[in-house]
Design a protein around this ligand. Structure first.
Ligand code: KG4
Ligand code: ZN
Length: 357
């Protein structure tokens, strides 16, 4: 059986629309459009929620028309219409969610509210090769740094998380300290290529367990950001030229090392021999390379989300929706709203008759 969904993503600063199909166990992307607002937010050094919502509203009709045109499928023929409903910027989420629910009502199609992190997780199914659960996922984005176990029944269990900044947030903040543009990840990656990753020794933040020792799979990036700030401040006070390439490379290297070391340790401890890497930071080349090398030494298989589906997009939301469609709870209530936060472990409740928000 072939199933097709129209999927919308507006949780942050990318307006995205995709039409995705599931046929004979394979996902096929019929249309995938993204309008990024990054350039506009760059002048403010980060995302301005009010601007984000307005741009989503302006760009959505145009992207919808293009996606439907290219897919060659009319809205009334899709099996469902999906939109990201949590987590994210509330005003931004509302644009996608209200558009999807309105179209669903008009065309009498089911509506599916998708958890943004489930979208990122599902981006792995858009790769040519992907493992079957159980596996461990390292989800690294602008808002989250999490280690999630996906079991045979596709249930999620969070085994590790950041206690302060997310990895992507650390990239964005350090880029700002270095005078680089937003988003910081790609800007740091670009100049880090010309720097020495061993020049500066920045700390690998750890999180203390009140019962003693450290949480082995948890992360802390705010101390790292402060260490970079102090180093820059010191060099400036000595009137030295800032070696921004070396600082960028050393920062990028320590972030990659921490992510790789803790993820592999978690996979080994949990007896999981497949590790999946998704989210915006998963596009980082140093992280991808280091993960592949170190995992090979420990005989752990690595599956990397395709580059184009690491950062926010609607194709991954479509993939998540198609997986939900084939399960028992395959429709959200039209009463389902949006929420800035909601735990991934409770994503099943997005398909409850009485929605949680
Ligand atoms: O997944 P995503 O598009 O949005 C969220 O859900 O947060 O991730 C965006 C984050 C930003 O913090 C951005 O700086 C980071 O991903 N990022 C990268 C790279 N490309 C994007 N970080 C490191 N290296 C990259 N190549
Ligand atoms: Zn995201």
């Amino acid at each position: 059986m072939t199933q097709t969904v129209l999927a919308l993503e507006t949780s942050c600063d990318e307006t995205a629309v995709a039409v995705v199909q599931f046929h004979e166990e394979k996902f096929k992307i019929l249309a995938n459009f993204i309008a990024s607002q990054a350039d506009e937010h760059a002048q403010w050094g980060g995302v301005v929620p009010e601007i984000a919502s307005r741009r989503h509203l302006e760009k959505m009709p145009f992207l919808l028309e293009k996606a439907i045109d290219q897919s060659g499928i009319s809205i009334s023929k899709v099996n469902a219409i999906a939109a990201t409903v949590t987590p994210g910027l509330t005003g931004a989420l509302l644009v996608g969610s209200i558009t999807a629910r309105t179209l669903a009502c008009l065309h009498k199609r089911p509506f599916l509210g998708i958890h943004h992190l489930e979208g990122h997780l599902s981006s792995i199914y858009l790769a040519k090769q992907h493992p079957k659960p159980p596996f461990l996922v390292l989800l690294v984005s602008g808002g989250h740094t999490e280690l999630i176990k996906v079991d045979i029944e596709h249930k999620y269990k969070r085994l590790g998380r950041s206690h302060d900044d997310a990895a992507g947030e650390a990239f964005d903040k350090v880029a700002r300290l270095l005078g680089l543009s937003y988003p910081g990840g790609p800007a740091i990656q670009k100049i880090a290529k010309y720097g020495d990753p061993k020049k500066f020794l920045f700390p690998k933040g750890r999180v203390s367990n009140p019962k003693g020792g450290f949480y082995p799979y948890d992360f802390s990036f705010s101390g790292l950001k402060t260490a970079v700030f102090r180093k820059i401040d010191k060099l400036k006070s000595e009137n030295k030229k800032l070696p921004i390439e070396d600082i960028a490379a050393s920062f990028e290297n320590v972030v990659a090392e921490v992510l790789v070391e803790r993820s592999l340790r978690c996979a080994l401890d949990q007896d999981l021999n497949s590790l999946v890497l998704v989210g915006g930071v998963a596009a980082n080349e140093r992280l991808r390379k280091m993960m592949l090398e170190k995992a090979a030494e420990k005989s752990i298989n690595i599956a990397l989300a395709p580059m184009e589906f690491c950062t926010d997009n609607a194709a991954m939301i479509g993939a998540a929706a198609l997986l939900r469609l084939s399960s028992t709870r395959n429709q959200s209530s039209m009463e389902l709203g949006v929420s800035a936060r909601w735990p991934l472990e409770k994503s099943d409740l997005l398909y409850a008759l009485n929605p949680p928000f």
